[in-house]
Design a protein around this ligand. Sequence first.
Ligand SMILES: [Zn+2]
Length: 67
Amino acid sequence: MKWHSEGHEEPADAPVVKQEFGRANPCPNCGSPGFLDHVDIIDRIQYEHCPECGHKWSQTEDELTQV
Ligand SMILES: [Zn+2]
């Protein structure tokens, strides 16, 4: 039994990971680590808040995945 040659196992759709949808990102207001409150998997929006300054914001998956 012989498989295809190794070292050529690129996943079909592996995106270049910059910021990840579903992870907390730094506060856009003060730069402190944000806290991920909720992820809306229907509309692809994540809601975060900042424990430091209380700022709240949301980010869409598009915003997070664009370069
Ligand atoms: Zn903040």
